[in-house]
Design a protein around this ligand. Structure first.
Ligand code: HEM
Length: 454
């Protein structure tokens, strides 16, 4: 079976990675024109605070004929409606009920997709773009969003940066898969080449991340973009008309880049383990918010041969192989370091406005500064070094805490409130909780990405 075929089984496209293989659907069939009309007006309805009134009158449409890209579009529209409804007056309060015209089809579509009925990264970023020039690549300068909350340059750019990073990561995902096959056939030259490809992709991802401040201002992000992507962990909402929920409020996490499968896949491929903390528990929970295929890809990468162990143990482990591995680690560390800077500038350093937009907790509910920093440092600590003597099985210093990568599903901190998982095919038993509040081988070349000044 070819690598490309292998990847496609997980809805991973060899050229586009976790982005859909075809550009996202832009319009639903005419039976859904009521949704499309509201979606087109959503920024205006939010600006005038008329969205709630409008959605309260929305009839319940049956989304069951929709499949594939159209089903994803339905999920996208309903997620924007649900969050717009809940957070329309975010400075004062959350609407703790979602009307049946939104809630019922939202629940149905979410179950078909195997994700919870909440705005997740898959809808906010992966399926929310179009190319202005369809003959040009998926890259900054050629991307426009299909759906906005308020709209404007900062919101456009914030999401476009995520999409462009996803596109740049595609070659790394394909190289991860090949690298693990190279280990199985004990081909250290191929492994080294694949690690170099991963490094080139990581370098491209970093360069895109670094461009975020060009058009996304921290103040605007905090006040105009972030409020609508919060979830419902702190303030569970009732999904009216959804029989399965029996009128009980549901708490789901909000949208976050932590629901992207790229960094977890890199951690898994490079054997980067994080000792137990709130963010690690949270990251494991985020898998339930990823598309089913991407979750399965992550699981497969975790069970395939370990790149780290091979580099540590192989007699063929030349200085070049170690250097190639360490380059990748360094680049993941750099990505986390830049991301940490953004978390500080775009959230922590903002002066808190209202009770529903915390500067201390992430939309995922983690006290993020401490943990994002720890994850950055833990990444760096996995460096092997070209002359290091390996005296422990995982190559970490012997005093390093060794905890399993997988977090037990029930390892929720005491006092946490747990609600049932999305009842979806292929979804594991998971609950959301409120324990805090955020509110080609690209070039098969052996070229190393140029070192940046940091
Ligand atoms: C203004 C820009 C950004 C801010 C303020 C931000 C904020 C955060 C916060 C607060 C968390 C902690 C989890 C939570 O409690 O929500 C987080 C996690 C994460 N975000 Fe972002 N983020 C930004 C941009 C991005 C981008 C462009 C990506 C790229 C895909 C990304 C990927 C991630 C990942 C992978 C994690 C998990 C952290 C880890 O694995 O160490 N974020 N983000």
């Amino acid at each position: 079976m070819s690598d490309a075929h292998d990847l496609q089984r997980f809805s991973v496209d060899p050229e586009r990675g976790f982005l859909p293989a075809k550009d996202p659907a832009r319009l639903l069939p005419s039976e859904f024109s009521a949704w499309e009309e509201i979606a087109a007006d959503l920024p205006k309805l939010l600006a005038t605070r008329r969205l709630k009134l409008t959605l309260d009158r929305l009839p319940i449409l049956d989304p069951s004929p929709l499949e594939g890209a159209e089903r994803e579009r339905a999920m996208l529209l309903l997620s924007f409606f649900g969050h717009g409804y809940a957070w329309e007056n975010w400075r004062e309060a959350i609407n703790e009920r979602i009307p049946a015209g939104v809630a019922v089809p939202w629940y149905q579509v979410s179950q078909a997709l195997g994700r919870p009925p909440v705005l997740s990264y898959a809808s906010y970023a992966l399926n929310n773009w179009r190319r202005l020039d369809p003959t040009r690549p998926i890259e900054l300068g050629n991307l426009a969003l299909l759906q906005n909350f308020l709209g404007g340059l900062d919101e456009e750019w914030f999401v476009a940066v995520h999409v462009a990073i996803e596109a740049a990561a595609a070659t790394a995902l394909a190289a991860i898969w090949r690298a693990q096959a190279a280990i199985a056939s004990d081909d250290s030259n191929a492994l080294e080449s694949d690690l170099r490809t991963i490094a080139v992709a990581l370098d491209a991802m970093y360069r895109i991340l670094r461009r975020l401040p060009e058009n996304c201002d921290p103040y605007i992000y905090y006040h105009r973009v972030r409020p609508y992507i919060h979830g419902f962990t702190e303030h569970p909402v009732v999904y009216e008309g959804v029989d399965a929920y029996r009128g009980q409020p549901r708490a789901f996490f909000g949208e976050t880049g932590a629901q992207s499968t790229i960094v977890p896949a890199l951690d898994a491929a490079l054997g980067v383990e994080h000792s137990s903390d709130d963010l690690r528990i949270y990251l494991t929970r985020m898998r339930d918010y990823m598309p089913i295929g991407h979750r399965a890809f992550l699981g497969a990468v975790e069970t395939r041969p370990s790149i780290r162990r091979y580099v540590l143990n192989s007699s063929a482990s030349s200085a070049r192989l170690r250097e190639a591995y360490d380059d990748c680690l360094q680049l993941v560390r750099d990505f986390r370091a830049k991301h940490l800077e953004y978390a500080a500038a775009y959230i922590q350093k903002q002066s808190q406005s209202g009770a529903y937009n915390s500067t201390t907790y992430g939309t995922g509910g983690t006290p993020f500064m401490k943990y994002l920093k720890k994850h950055r440092d833990e990444t760096a600590r996995h460096a092997i070094g070209t002359s290091q003597t390996i005296d422990s099985p995982d190559g970490l210093p012997n005093d390093e805490p060794r905890l399993p990568l997988k977090v037990p599903r029930d390892s929720v901190p005491s006092g946490a409130r747990v609600t049932p998982a999305p009842e979806s095919p292929g979804s594991r038993s998971a609950g959301d909780r409120r324990w805090c509040s955020r509110s080609g081988r690209a070039s098969a070349s052996r070229r190393r990405p140029r070192r940046r000044s940091r």
